[in-house]
Design a protein around this ligand. Sequence first.
Ligand code: HAM
Length: 412
Amino acid sequence: MKGIKDITPDEMPGWNIAERTAHALAHAFGFREIRIPIFEKTDLYLRTLGHATDLVEKEMYTFPDRDGTSLTLRPEGTAGVARACIDQRLVPHPASRKLYYLGPMFRHERPQAGRHRQFHQFGVESIGSADPHADIEVIALLWTYLTALRLPGLALEINSLGHPPDRRNYTAALVSFLNGKEAHLCGNCRRRMEINPLRILDCKVPQCRDAMQDAPSLPNFLSPSSRQHFDRVQHGLRILDIPYTLNPRLVRGLDYYVQTTFEVSCSALGAQNAIGAGGRYDGLFQKLGGPAAPGVGFAIGLERVLLALPGDALPPPAPWVFIASFGDKGKAAGLSLLYALRAQHIKADTDHQASTLKTLLRAAHRLGAPFVAIIGDDEVADDRMILRDMTTKEQEIHPLGTATSAIISRLR
Ligand code: HAM
């Protein structure tokens, strides 16, 4: 299907690294995992993401439930996490404030490299603190994650949209600046003038960029408290040596953002070079009828992480053993050894169809087994197992009774 792809076993080592690093670093930063449903009532997204956003207008997978209730496959995770926190009364309990999630999201976008209709995000939400340190913490986690995976050419851009009144003042100034310039804007932006003028700021169409050249600058409209918040965020990033540039046009595509917004791009990606992004969303919980809990978070697109992951980021495959057992007694001893190793979480496999040493070794070779344990009837009679290193061709002999522990220590 267009924009929906399988992840094959060959691709899994990269995914495992990306996901394992996400779990490890999220935990190191004090975030706890949450799993939210894949679909929600459509109303959740209409109330949080904004009616006039591309996401809501064009990209949601929406369908009626059997009773007619409108449902939507989750296009992002923040709204669902906020809903879950309210339903489960997780806020304002302090231990529940820092949450993370991994999983698929769904957007009906035009597929291209790095843009899919089903894609995966690693996201975090820090809920309950309006302090700039919460912003610094999530940006630091985003940056630490991407740099831990050694993704090349990362660039962090940040901006502040201010409090809602700052934003309203700015929007009014922007609309009056654009009055009379409608003819210079693309069709999309002419429509945005009516419904969501801020989005004109990050339109990539050259004619819109030209028209916006002398547009009023958003930072000039920040209230003293918004400015102070943003200054403190930047101060923290400098202390942590996280390089960033200011982009006063970074408004982001979702309506819930206020104050800090940020985005990281990666030079290894093509046109879709935003690898992770986020911002603050104070006010979102109230929109959903919850407590006045401020929040800040990010989400990273894992398909894009995988595209940018350097080849040497993958660890070498873990060593494992192929059990080459033959003859009635040999097969029985081999079977016991096979399952004893597996019970110890040691990868062990065999080919139950092959019945001679020659065919067994051929199967081991085909599977790329680094070690082979050889047990025939003769070995059982002599109480021994031969362990062959397939790379060096060296062989060791061990008593059958200690075969499991001998293999485990050899593999380690
Ligand atoms: P977003 O910018 O819409 O933010 O998505 C975050 C990341 O998801 C993007 O930077 C990109 O890497 C990836 N992504 C988005 N759409 C696609 C797609 N069609 N195919 C592949 N990857 C994609 C959010 O989703 C917010 N919920 C982030 C957030 C969390 N803000 C606060 N908390």
